[in-house]
Design a protein around this ligand. Structure first.
Ligand code: AFP
Length: 343
């Protein structure tokens, strides 16, 4: 029975089969240990000394909450015991060079979705593990295809670790009674088509025409070119959206938009889009900017943002098609009279 397979056993088998296997397995294990401590911290909510309220801004100007800082410290403590050549975090301005002879580099978003902490919403840790290049200044300038492993942990009803080691996607759920992560789902696959889209619809007036056209098709439902009705979700937590899409398919869009500072969207390439894209592709989905494959991109700066459209291949490919062959400009009469989306 798959439930008997623990994360520890899974990593042990992997470490015996791949060149950097031992280093990668040790890093994933350290992240899992940190995740249990972070789950305990986030699970205490208002009972803990940490408030979840904003205490400042990180190096890239995002609101930083004390839980962001605490989660970062827990992960750095657990990973700090390992030989890691270069380490990067959303909460750190620069890359930290570590053991130069080490074989791997690690990038993390310690607590994605932390703006949801005070409303008791699922948040998570995202991680990307890369080979150590000869020039460590280029550690996080590698294409996403260079990743050796990636995943995320959800701190919600379940503490679950979603992991790819380059050979499919598995989900391990923390068994509180046993004190270990057990295999809950093996070889996760994203359905090729789905009827659920996720986007922050309040930004519609700022979107580029192809994104508007795609969302208008979803809203037109059975009356429009998609010939079927859609449902909408927007959680405001990338890890929760990704977990839902891994569970029942769908498409997530955080596109570039016309707001100041959102010309490349909101999500970071190195420690959000790259790892999520690796997971999505390994589960049979697609992850794109709307024009390019996310995993083909290499960052020119550590906190570089990138538009992210990911999920079921059918829907993501439709968004790409609308970017490549834009529909003729119309005054979108479909919604002028409906009122839901006025021009
Ligand atoms: P926080 O970590 O600041 O809460 O941001 C979460 C996030 O990066 C991603 O997880 C969400 O999908 C997205 O932002 C939500 O962005 P909006 O608040 O603009 O909808």
């Amino acid at each position: 029975m798959i439930r008997q397979l623990t994360l520890e056993k899974h990593l042990q088998r992997y470490s015996e089969t791949v060149t950097q296997g031992l280093a990668v397995a040790a890093a994933v294990d350290a992240i899992a240990v940190a995740a249990v401590e972070i789950a305990e911290l986030t699970g205490r909510g208002a009972l803990s000394e940490t408030s979840g309220l904003a205490t400042g801004r990180n190096s890239d100007g995002d609101l930083q909450r004390d839980l962001d800082v605490q989660a970062d410290a827990i992960l750095r403590r657990c990973l700090g015991k390992l030989p890691i050549a270069a380490f990067a975090s959303e909460e750190m301005r620069e890359v930290e060079i570590g053991a130069r002879e080490a074989r791997i580099c690690v990038a993390i978003d310690p607590l994605d979705g932390s703006s949801n902490i005070d409303i008791n919403m699922t948040v998570g840790t995202i991680f990307s593990i890369l080979p150590a290049p000869d020039d460590l200044d280029l550690a996080f300038a590698q294409r996403g295809t260079a990743q050796l492993a990636a995943g995320f942990v959800t701190y919600g009803p379940q503490t679950s670790l979603v992991l790819t080691l380059g050979d499919g996607v598995d989900i391990f759920t923390f068994d509180r009674a046993a004190g270990c992560f057990r295999l809950a789902r093996r070889g996760v696959r994203i359905p090729d088509t789905a009827d659920e889209f996720a986007i922050n619809a309040s930004n519609r007036r700022h979107w580029d025409p192809p994104v508007r056209a795609f969302i208008d098709e979803c809203l037109a439902g059975a009356d429009g070119p998609a010939s079927r009705d859609f449902n909408m979700r927007w959680i405001g937590s990338l890890v929760a959206e990704a977990y839902r899409i891994l569970t029942r398919g769908g498409v997530f869009l955080y596109p570039s938009d016309a707001r100041p500072g959102y010309g490349d969207g909101r999500l970071r390439l190195v420690y959000e889009a790259h790892p999520i894209a690796f997971i999505v592709e390994q589960a049979g989905g697609v992850a794109s900017t709307g024009r390019e494959r996310i995993l083909d991109l290499a960052a020119h700066s550590l906190h570089q943002r990138v538009p992210l459209i990911m999920g079921s291949s059918g829907e993501v490919r439709r968004v790409e098609q609308l970017h490549c062959d834009p529909l003729p400009a119309v005054s979108a009469p479909l919604f002028a009279q409906r009122g839901f989306f006025r021009l």
